[in-house]
Ligand binder design. Structure first.
Ligand code: ATP
Ligand code: K
Ligand code: MG
Length: 710
């Protein structure tokens, strides 16, 4: 799905059909520049039919040609817009195809634990009959019937239908990866899913509608631009109309001069007006939004994409964004009088019901270490060193989920209370330090040495006495340092805000070259950070997946939520990443920048073009009345008529020539704003001044060669 959808023959035909239908003045009036061109076309057409109207003196063929050239300008503009829209729709359709009808296994008794579900516990119903709140059972080989939240169990799910990514993903109850999408397939294991959407109202459905609406709406910057272009157009209309009466006035005392030609004045007006950018503005927006969708990000508004391009500051969290997020237990370190066995057992007990990645990995490591059968070495062929063995009974007897204290980002701890009243807690070192009443002297030095290698230490306390440390390790995402560097060159400040400790944070920040970082942050502090940076007048972007992130996501100017995250987060953000890859925001910023750059560059080019055309056409049109203007006629074109036609050919043809650039976006290597401005002024400003001269002179020479308009 992330591959490029190109337009096929049928869609090409549809785009052409649309280009003609969009001549409808009710459609064109929304784009005042093009609307004025249409009015001009109508007048030229009138002159073609009645060449002597307005005391005009040109031939029917001449006026006919002007009519055709003006109409082509509109046609090309309509085509650019229609083509871009169809390209975007083609992508949305491929997302829609996912919505298939399947059967569902609805649980009769929603309380039955997922591992005990048997064929008698559910009824098979039509997927369409499911209602919000129904609990369904999904096992290996089943298609998930509707969007939902995993409430029990864990399964590996093939989401390639929406993400195009063939690697299966894990979805499990608890934590931040609970969302499942209707139409995706469970590859192994079993889960209980609570249905969260009504029939026909899947999250994806709603999102696609939203994207289509958003794509059609002008963005705020674009509205401002349209107003500016309309203002310029109005100015030119007044100026050129004045010229017409001025011509009549001149005619009263210049012998042989009967006034200015209406069709030629219209040609001048349209050459001067910003028709090129007026024609391409919509296509640039639609193409930018489609580029975001192709990266599997659903942008709820065009404004969000634009804001991404304008961002000053990007707030990233560490775990799962800069690192892989697979933070797994590596080792246990006893402290003080505690033994290895005690630390392994307490860590295990406190993690038995902990469904976070960290918790599961602790259980796994503790089991491996205490497993007698493995004492002689790890799995055959495994390159990973077998964990050292600890002779301990893990002591599961009497443990119950009721006494489990789940992890929260506020407390930064989790734990369990044993039947005898013993309280075990594990968590971030500073949090446990505060909770405990007895802390061994070596806690800091051991935990620091873990952090200084990029690991995360979790302190373990039994009855408020710290007995040891669990060492967790994560890995940096491949290529993340390069992408951060890229975004920094574009002038965006990067901030890492993490719940992890200062030293681990510093290690990661140094590795990837982040500008600033904050450690030991709770969710509340993340929101405060967003507000603080916004108060400096800056636009802020951030990613998040948990319920805790929702307020900050809503606050941020660009909030990219993860599809696998909680519904609250998805609703709060103004973008959702279907791949649930938090570092995707870096790419979205790139695409936003590219959108703004493309619009800026083509505007510069268009207006530079118009300035050049002014110098070509004015002397040609006024030659008969004011021969003195010949000095301005740098191109020395053969005849006024040749000049008018050549200019209008250029004015029309430049639009289709620029469509590929408008759709693809200008190449954005990462570069700073001022560098970019300079480059754009040279390439698109100077280029825009020169191009019309070269092109128009060439067409004029061609006319001379062909012997027309001479
Ligand atoms: N299951 C857990 N039980 C106890 N403590 C945990 C658990 N998971 C994480 N922690 C501790 O709590 C800290 C805060 O976790 P939190 O999820 O807020 O942030 P993070 O995942 O470390 O970083 P980031 O904010 O960059 O995602 C962690 O750094 C870790 O020390
Ligand atoms: K123009
Ligand atoms: Mg986290």
């Amino acid at each position: 799905m992330s591959t490029t959808q190109s337009i096929d023959f049928d869609q090409q035909r549809e785009a052409i059909k649309q280009s003609i239908l969009r001549f409808d003045p009710r459609h064109l009036v929304k784009n005042p520049v093009l609307f004025v061109v249409e009015v001009g076309t109508a007048v030229a057409l009138l002159l073609t039919v009645y060449p002597s109207l307005f005391e005009a003196s040109g031939s029917r063929v001449y006026y006919g040609l002007i009519t055709v050239l003006l109409a082509s300008t509109i046609l090309f503009a309509n085509y650019a817009e229609a083509y871009a829209e169809l390209e975007g729709a083609a992508h949305a359709d491929s997302l829609r195809e996912l919505q298939t009808e399947t059967e569902a296994k609805r649980l009769r008794d929603s309380d039955v634990a997922v591992e005990n579900v048997g064929a008698d516990d559910y009824e098979t119903v039509d997927g369409g009959a499911l209602e919000e709140g129904d609990i369904v059972f999904v096992e290996e080989g089943d298609v998930i019937p509707r969007d939902g939240t995993v409430i029990d169990g864990s399964a590996s799910v093939d989401e390639s239908a929406i993400t195009g990514e063939s690697d299966p993903v894990i979805r499990r109850s608890g934590g931040d990866r609970t969302s499942v999408v209707g139409g995706t397939e469970v590859l192994s294991d079993r889960i209980k899913v609570e249905v969260t959407s009504a029939a026909g109202e899947s999250f994806l459905d709603k999102m696609i509608d939203l994207v289509e609406d958003a794509t059609r709406q002008k963005t705020p910057n674009e509205i401002a631009m349209t107003i500016l272009l309309s203002g310029m157009t109005l100015m030119f209309v007044v100026a050129v109309a004045t010229m017409y009466f001025f011509g009549d006035y001149l005619a009263t005392f210049i012998t042989g001069f009967t006034g200015l030609d209406v069709a030629e004045l219209i040609a001048l007006l349209i050459a001067l007006m910003p028709t090129t950018i007026g024609a391409l503005l919509a296509a640039i927006r639609v193409a930018g939004m489609t580029r975001v969708t192709r990266r599997n990000v659903i942008a709820k508004s065009g404004r969000a994409v634009e804001a991404a391009g304008d961002l000053d500051t990007l707030i990233l969290d560490k775990t799962g964004t800069i690192t892989t997020g697979e933070r797994v237990a590596q080792d246990f370190h006893p402290l003080g009088d505690a033994t290895d066995e005690e630390v392994v057992r307490a860590s295990y007990q406190s993690s038995l019901y902990d469904e976070t990645t960290e918790g599961r990995s602790i259980v796994e490591l503790a089991e491996k270490m205490s497993d007698e059968s493995r004492a002689d070495g790890g799995e055959v062929g495994s390159s990973i060193e077998p964990p050292r063995q600890v002779d301990t009974d893990l002591g599961t007897i009497g443990l119950s989920e009721e006494n489990f204290v789940p992890f929260s980002a506020e407390t930064r701890m989790s734990g369990i209370d044993l039947p005898d009243g013993t309280e075990i807690r594990k968590g971030a070192v500073d949090a446990v330090e505060e909770y405990a009443t007895s802390v061994p002297g070596k806690l800091r030095s051991v935990s620091n040495s873990i952090s200084d290698n990029g690991g995360t230490p979790l302190a373990v306390a039994v009855d408020e006495t710290v007995i040891g440390i669990i060492e967790l390790q994560d890995e940096l995402k491949p290529g993340i340092a390069d992408r951060i560097a890229q975004i920094q060159t574009m002038g965006v400040e990067t901030i890492m805000a993490t719940g992890d400790n200062e030293r681990t944070a510093k290690w990661v920040a140094d590795q990837v070259g982040i500008d600033r970082f904050y450690a030991e942050f709770d969710p509340e502090e993340k929101i405060e950070l967003v507000e603080e940076v916004q108060d400096e007048g800056k636009l802020v972007g951030m990613t998040g997946d948990g319920t805790n992130d929702a307020p900050a996501l809503a606050k941020a100017d660009v909030g990219l939520a993860m599809n696998a995250g909680t519904n609250a987060a998805k609703e709060a953000g103004n973008m959702v990443d279907l791949d649930s890859n938090p570092s995707k925001i870096i790419e979205v910023v790139g695409i936003g920048k590219q959108l703004l750059m493309t619009r800026g560059a083509l505007t510069t080019f268009s207006i530079a073009n118009d300035v050049a055309k002014y110098f070509v056409l004015l002397p040609a049109i006024l030659a008969a009345a004011l021969p003195g203007l010949a000095a301005m006629d740098v191109l020395n074109l053969s005849t006024p008529q040749s000049a008018v036609v050549a200019t209008l050919v250029y004015n029309a043809v430049i639009i289709p020539l620029l469509i590929p650039l408008a759709l693809r976006g200008i190449d954005y290597e990462a570069q700073s704003g001022s560098e970019l401005l300079r480059k754009n002024l040279v390439v698109y400003g100077l280029g825009g001044l020169i191009a019309p001269f070269v092109f128009i002179k060439a067409i004029d020479l061609l006319f001379v060669f062909m012997g027309v308009f001479q």
